[in-house]
Design a protein around this ligand. Sequence first.
Ligand SMILES: Nc1ncnc2c1ncn2[C@@H]1O[C@H](COP(=O)(O)OP(=O)(O)OP(=O)(O)O)[C@@H](O)[C@H]1O
Length: 254
Amino acid sequence: MTVKLAISNAGKRYGSFEALLNCSFDVPANTIVSIVGPSGCGKTTLLWSMSGLHDLTQGQVLLDGTAISGPHPDIGLVFQDANLLPWRNLMDNILFPFEIKHAKPDTEWIDHLLDRVGLKGFETRFPRELSGGMQQRASIVRALSLRPQVLLMDEPFGALDAFTREEMNKLVEEIWLETKTTIVFITHSIEEAIFLSDRVVVLTQRPGQVLSDYSVDLPRPRTLETMSSRAVFDLTNRIKADIYGQQSLAKAAE
Ligand SMILES: Nc1ncnc2c1ncn2[C@@H]1O[C@H](COP(=O)(O)OP(=O)(O)OP(=O)(O)O)[C@@H](O)[C@H]1O
């Protein structure tokens, strides 16, 4: 499989504080890789380094073999907060990145995406008139409208209720099945990571390093039955043991 992103020996220090250390793994093209780990282990730091928004203090992130040294047009970002501009309606929010880049939007593609995520007909609504789930769908459309090769998602559904979150997970899988965009997904939810991913990378307590890297060999689209299978139960428990095992080791050392 072609490697899309290669994280090589990544390290990040904030002053004397070490957030990441010797972190290495690959993200194959056209796959979804989730990153999980104890709170504060450096997941967001790692994702921001992949986006080029953060410099690493050690190692590098390669996109198609070339080191990323700043924000990259082929990399899209979705955060926990949809970050829509409150004074612009939905369509004007989606068009905003094109205005900044002085680029011509592909309106057919944007229309298709809006339809895909169920936001057709809401183009003139303002963010305050949209639910949290709708705002997050809009931010996904905004990111995908630029046709990025890689989509980085930082706990995008963390603020949503459980039902909406499940719907959003299905939506991400559906969009992925259509576009095969390479996705790196950060989450605190092991269930969400397994549902979405081809691989789940578990980081250690800070400074974050790769503790384990699991393949999720489940058929797609994933269903309720898949998610209640023995394989998912076993994998969930292995990942939990990795994460909670570390947390109890850290407590014992205090
Ligand atoms: N700009 C910064 N300056 C100083 N320390 C920082 C900065 N950003 C993050 N850190 C610290 O680096 C560590 C890793 O932070 P990061 O947000 O990457 O972890 P995380 O795994 O995403 O956390 P969480 O799971 O709680 O969202 C944390 O201890 C955090 O306090």
